[in-house]
Design a protein around this ligand. Structure first.
Ligand SMILES: NC(=O)CC[C@H](N)C(=O)O
Length: 346
């Protein structure tokens, strides 16, 4: 060894200053990740009881990855979140992303409507900083609870340079989902989330983030939608079509002030006779009408009837995501062709 590289007599080299940890905001909204049940084998009948501080305290390893700024936005099951709550979440996330002292955001959320919040944020947030939404399928009190590892993985992702600029990401069961594609496909299993068309963006294995894909649809900094343009979200209702459907739900939606209707149509966006009458009624009232599919996979293709009825194909968005895109589109335009273009672009 060269004498210069020897430690000074009687001591080690002065240790380098520890690198500053990324500063991540952890926002709690509730859900199963924040829930507990009466005993460890009670997996499905539980209540939201834990604050986001307690969720974080259960995973001390997070503190090795990030300096955490914790905030409780609400503490509810995600099927209780309304449009005003969604907007409030989005505005707070944006404010934190605008803060130079914050490098990324992790949001805990119930899984039932997680994909809706994820897709909405993906469309409205104006930042390339990582935003990761995380939930759990088993309550915190359960044997083999999945929340703690999901949370650690969410921080691994939010502190990974590669996660920047990829839109809003969803972390459950080791897999990285893109907000545009990921959807809940199982009622109770820990592998409840899938991205059917695109597959996962990547996974966390061996504690390391691995990306395999990137989102192809516009999002975040490339999206034309902005929270600044939104006062409140317009009413858009989803109607589920089926054999033997009636026309009353279309009339009710229009009478209740809907500015848009999304049809969870059969097959490739086919309209039952009642849905067709509903679309005609919507057109008479200037209500936008989107044909999504109840099938769960595939693109709803354009139809010659769209020109007659003024209907809009939802591309591959499921009805609940099509609803969010239609709400945002209606904030900026009433033009059917412009809304059609949104469904091709996002
Ligand atoms: N696994 C879950 O998070 C579902 C629990 C609850 N229904 C929610 O969405 O908040």
């Amino acid at each position: 060894m060269h004498p210069d590289s020897l430690p000074p007599a009687g001591g080690a080299f002065p240790s380098p200053l520890p690198a500053a940890l990324p500063r991540i905001a952890l926002l709690g909204t509730g859900g199963t990740i924040a829930a507990s049940a009466r005993d460890a084998v009670q997996l499905h009948d539980y209540r939201v009881t834990e604050g986001v501080d307690a969720i974080l305290a259960a995973v001390p390893q997070v503190r090795e990855l990030a300096e955490v700024h914790c905030e409780q936005l609400m503490n509810v099951e995600s099927h209780e979140i309304d449009d005003a709550g969604l907007l409030a979440i989005a505005r707070r996330v944006q404010a934190l992303l605008d803060d130079d002292g914050i490098d990324g955001v992790v949001l805990t959320h119930g899984t039932d409507t997680l994909e809706e919040t994820a897709y909405f944020l993906n469309l409205v947030l104006d930042s390339a900083k990582p935003v990761v939404i995380v939930g759990a399928m088993r309550p915190a009190s359960a044997l083999s609870a999945d929340g703690p590892l999901n949370l650690l993985n969410a921080f691994r992702l939010a502190t990974c340079a590669e996660a920047a600029g990829k839109g809003v990401l969803v972390m459950l069961n080791d897999r990285i989902g893109a907000a545009r594609h990921v959807t809940k496909m199982h009622t109770t299993a820990t592998d409840a989330f899938f991205s059917v068309e695109q597959g996962s963006l990547g996974e966390i294995a061996g504690g390391v983030v691995h990306f395999f894909n990137a989102p192809t649809r516009r999002h975040t900094v490339h999206s034309e939608f902005s929270l600044a343009d939104i006062g409140e979200l317009p009413q858009v209702d989803i109607i589920f079509d089926h054999l033997g459907a009636g026309t009353h739900l279309y009339r009710a939606a229009i009478a209740a002030g809907a500015r848009g209707i999304v049809l969870a149509a059969t097959g490739n966006g086919s309209l039952s006779p009642s849905a067709r009458q509903g679309a005609e009624e919507a057109k008479r009232h200037g209500v936008a009408f989107v044909r999504a599919s109840r099938v769960g996979q595939g693109v709803v293709t354009d139809s010659a009837d769209d020109a007659v009825l003024g209907t809009i194909a939802a591309n591959s968005l499921n009805p609940q995501k099509a609803r969010l895109l239609l709400m945002l589109a209606l904030c900026v335009t009433r033009d059917t062709d412009a809304i059609r273009e949104c469904f091709r672009r996002y």
